[in-house]
Design a protein around this ligand. Structure first.
Ligand code: GDP
Ligand code: MG
Length: 448
């Protein structure tokens, strides 16, 4: 029996299929989420919150009911994932993404997969209309794209089970690209679509792209031109959208059974997606650099602060020691002087020896001299004040001892220094390599 080769994650077949962009994004992501040395974990130990970068871009497709949104996604993925048809098929939001195994997820599972989208919970009633479809397809750039299919929009009496306008607007803000599909049939000028587009263009106009979908159904070239003019005019009439000069490529799903002479710019859509992926790779690498710098500067300021804290604490401890020593020494000397005074010189010589006796008698003499100098009726007051003064000294000693914030332990200091080294030596080097790789890929693409 021949032994089978063990399956490894990075088998040559898989690395041949994955594109450089995909690998760069994946490696960046793992630099953030690594269990041991992940940047998210390092940053959080320093009190800094980092979000791991996304591994894919999000393309939201919106438009009228029956504009061909779901059909476009199926065409891109080359698999019949989304139901299509003239009936209102897509009532909710569906994430369509690639994975190891074909799966359909419910709302809660979808949020688990996309934690960035947890705020969707605040849209009442939406959870029942949220789902995800995972496909094993690797067609085109699908392994780097998550499509977001949105409810078909219609005007009039249609009641949506949630606030569809705000939900689409919010999701559009999260997306990297927003495609708005207008179809040439009567529905083209749905008011609800225009209202949402107007809102989105205000907040994220740069990622908003318009397409005339199902262009093969528009009839003759002149009819298509008329439809386009009509849509563009309607768009320009909106105060929030009056930048005009809209570009509106015409696209349709190629159908070999029904060849059409109409120009199909659907490949341009794929190129737009690809361009956005490349921008995302670059953004992710730039963010990685920024996050590394943020962590390193946090570490150096933390160490700096710790050094200052240590110096401050040392001074405070010195004061504490001085006050404590005085607070004990002064009353001890005072009491000792009285005790010494009750003995005769011979008794002391015998008890303590000559040297010590001489020192003690000098001290005791000074204290007794000062004591006698105080008028008799003031002596009680003096003892009270003296006692209070010594108490104050002890109090100050305690106060200084408690001064200063917690400083870093040796272990903590070693750990954050190691983090710093790890980021400088490992992460930044890796980032440099990934960047080079990215540039090589760009160069290769232009060469072709
Ligand atoms: N002729 C033509 N029909 C299309 C095209 N795209 C979609 N359709 C048809 O239009 C109908 C609605 O499409 P669908 O994708 O469900 O639209 P959605 O409501 O926007 O998701 C379906 O019957 C599709 O077969 C296209 O490019 N050309
Ligand atoms: Mg649909």
């Amino acid at each position: 029996m021949s032994a089978r080769k063990p399956r490894s994650v990075a088998n040559p077949l898989e690395s041949a299929i994955t594109t450089p962009s995909e690998r760069i994004l994946r490696e960046c992501h793992s630099l953030y989420v690594d269990d041991q040395n992940g940047l998210v974990k390092i940053a959080s130990s320093l009190g800094v919150r980092l979000l791991p970068p996304r591994k894919k871009i999000i393309v939201m497709i919106m438009g009228n009911h029956s504009a061909g949104k779901s059909s476009f996604i199926n065409w891109y993925v080359e698999e019949h994932i989304q139901k299509t048809g003239v009936a209102i098929e897509t009532q909710g939001f569906t994430f369509i993404t690639s994975g190891r195994k074909r799966e359909s997820l419910t709302g809660n599972a979808t949020l688990h997969l996309y934690p960035h989208f947890r705020p969707l919970l605040e849209f009442k009633g939406l959870m029942d209309y949220l789902s995800a479809e995972i496909s094993t397809s690797k067609q085109k750039k699908f392994s780097l794209v998550t499509f977001l299919d949105t409810p078909g929009l219609v005007d009039g009496d249609m009641i949506y089970p949630f606030d569809v306008n705000s939900a689409i607007t919010w999701l559009g803000e999260q997306a990297d690209l927003i495609f708005v599909f207008f179809d040439p049939m009567g529905q083209a000028l749905c008011k609800r679509t225009l209202n949402i587009v107007e809102k989105l263009s205000d907040k994220c106009g740069d990622k908003l792209l318009f397409y005339l979908s199902k262009a093969d159904e528009a009839g003759k070239e002149t009819d298509r031109q008329r439809v386009m003019m009509q849509i563009v005019q309607e768009l320009c009439r909106r105060p929030g959208l009056n930048k005009c000069g809209f570009e509106m490529p015409t696209i349709y799903i190629p159908n070999p059974q029904k060849p059409s002479r109409c120009v199909n710019q659907i490949d341009g859509v794929c190129q737009t997606i690809e361009k956005t992926i490349n921008q995302a790779v670059q953004k992710t690498l730039d963010q990685l650099e920024k996050d590394c710098d943020l962590i390193c500067s946090t570490i150096s300021s933390r160490l700096e602060q710790d050094r200052a804290e240590v110096t401050y604490k040392k001074t405070a401890h010195l004061y504490s020691f001085l006050c404590g020593a005085l607070g004990v020494f002064l009353p001890a000397l005072f009491i000792l002087s009285f005790i010494v005074n009750t003995f005769s010189k011979e008794q002391l010589d015998e008890l303590l020896g000559e040297g010590l006796t001489r020192t003690l008698t000098v001290f005791s003499g000074v204290v007794m001299y000062l004591w006698e100098w105080i008028p008799e009726d003031g002596q009680v007051v003096f003892v009270i004040i003296f006692g209070a003064f010594c108490y104050l000294l002890l109090f100050l000693a305690k106060y200084f001892a408690g001064q200063g914030n917690k400083t870093l332990t040796k272990k903590e200091k070693r750990m954050i220094t190691e983090y710093n080294d790890y980021i400088q030596d490992v992460v930044k080097t890796k980032k440099g390599k990934l960047y080079e790789w990215y540039l090589q890929q760009c160069a290769a693409e232009y060469d072709l």
